[in-house]
Design a protein around this ligand. Structure first.
Ligand SMILES: [Zn+2]
Length: 193
């Protein structure tokens, strides 16, 4: 039998997320460069963010460098590492995120010349990540959707404006937990601390 999918959120009907989606008008555009593998991840938090936010554009790697340069030239790249700078709260222009596991995102950044030369920023004092069920989570790492919410609140100076992103994400995690085998869950998703 064909599995039925919700035509709006595109999740299986028994995991429809529509009731948890709130549309928010973001003043700051969000750009996402996504690793193709990430779009197939069951949680794909970017897919959730896309449904909530008015202005968000997603492209996938591989990407032509000239195109990437044109697309991202006014954007601040959010990519935390030991030399990244705190994102200025008066940043104007889009916010760019690399959606992939950290090592893959680092590989993407270094292999695309227009990204390699870009200043990297981190969100000052991010809220603690709630993303506890993903395998190999880095300490204090935020999921992409949490990082987007925190960065938008920071540059738009509107604390809690994007809480709806976090609650949609929490709802999605709960559904995922309810629908996976407890043994598989334990083995693959519990963060090792
Ligand atoms: Zn739905």
């Amino acid at each position: 039998m064909m599995r039925a999918y919700c035509s709006a959120c595109r999740y299986p009907q028994n995991m429809c997320l529509c009731a948890h989606i709130t549309h928010i008008e973001n003043k700051t555009p969000i750009l996402i460069l996504q690793h193709p593998k990430e779009s197939k991840h069951p949680l794909n938090t970017i897919h959730i963010a896309k449904q909530c936010l008015k202005t968000m554009e997603i492209r996938h790697t591989p990407i032509d460098d000239d195109l990437c340069h044109m697309w991202t030239k006014d954007a601040a790249l959010l990519f935390p590492h030991h030399q990244s700078l705190p994102l200025p709260s008066d940043h104007k222009g889009p916010l760019l995120f690399l959606d992939a596991t950290w090592p893959k995102a680092q590989g993407m950044r270094l292999s695309i010349p227009s990204l390699r030369t870009k200043t990297c920023y981190h969100i000052p004092v991010p809220k603690k990540g709630e993303y506890t069920i993903r395998k190999a989570v880095r300490p204090n790492a935020l999921s992409s959707i949490e990082a987007i919410a925190a960065a938008l609140e920071h540059v738009e100076r509107s604390p809690n404006k994007y809480d709806a992103l976090r609650s949609a994400f929490r709802a999605r995690i709960q559904m995922q937990i309810q629908h996976i085998d407890p043994i598989v869950f334990q083995k693959n998703y519990c963060a090792k601390s």
